[in-house]
Design a protein around this ligand. Sequence first.
Ligand code: DGL
Length: 261
Amino acid sequence: MKIGVFDSGLGGLVITKAFVEAMPEYDYVYYGDTLHLPYGEKTSGQILSYTIEAIKFLISQNCGLIIIACNTATSIALRYLQQRFIPSFAPDIKVLGVVIPTVEEALSDNASRVGVLATPATVRSHIYQTELHKIKPDLAVFEVAAPKLVPAIESDDFATAKTLAKEYIGQFEHIDSLILGCTHYPLLKTEFRKLLPETTKVVSQDELMGDKLKDYLRRHIEIDIGLSRGGTLQILVSRKDDKYCKVANMLFPFVTIEEAR
Ligand code: DGL
């Protein structure tokens, strides 16, 4: 069985790179639903149904452990998948998201005021606030939706993205930890760090997910034992175009991108 990584587009490749660097021995299948990108602006019903289709697809590709790298899909669909869909459709498959590991990391330095920057759908779900409060009920949480940031990054317009980052950061007051709650924001992490005081911890998923998955597999030997170790990576998308190939090849120069649905 392989490790599947799912995202609404190619932003999740940044996290995939962290997995491959931390654990190059496994076989990975990445699936980006570029046909329906961006999820952040869609209704919860649409996000749920696209995510279910993507998970079914990764299961058909022989993935035994699937990580939803997309914050929006994790926010809207993970609970349903884990509690309802997977137990009846494929009980031996494990599906994980990015929110819990990110929350753990944000709270690791005893933060008392945490900011969350994410897509409108993720903010609407309040998943970060809910999970942060489960661990630390008196925590002050500030959630800001950044609808314009993904489109700016997607169109490779980093000048606009930097201006937007400054605007959005201005909406947080005295936070000691900032969660970058979207696959695309690690690409701007240096900018966020410049905009915030040095004492504010910027939690970037590409820096934590590699270790978190490694730790998970160490603790779940029953899953680890079923994973194949051929050191391969396949990148599949629901709609292929030159722009996506360019982005993917920046991160993985020797991997070809295939269209699959
Ligand atoms: N992958 C999404 C996320 O992490 C960002 C892109 C989108 O809106 O689909 O929330």
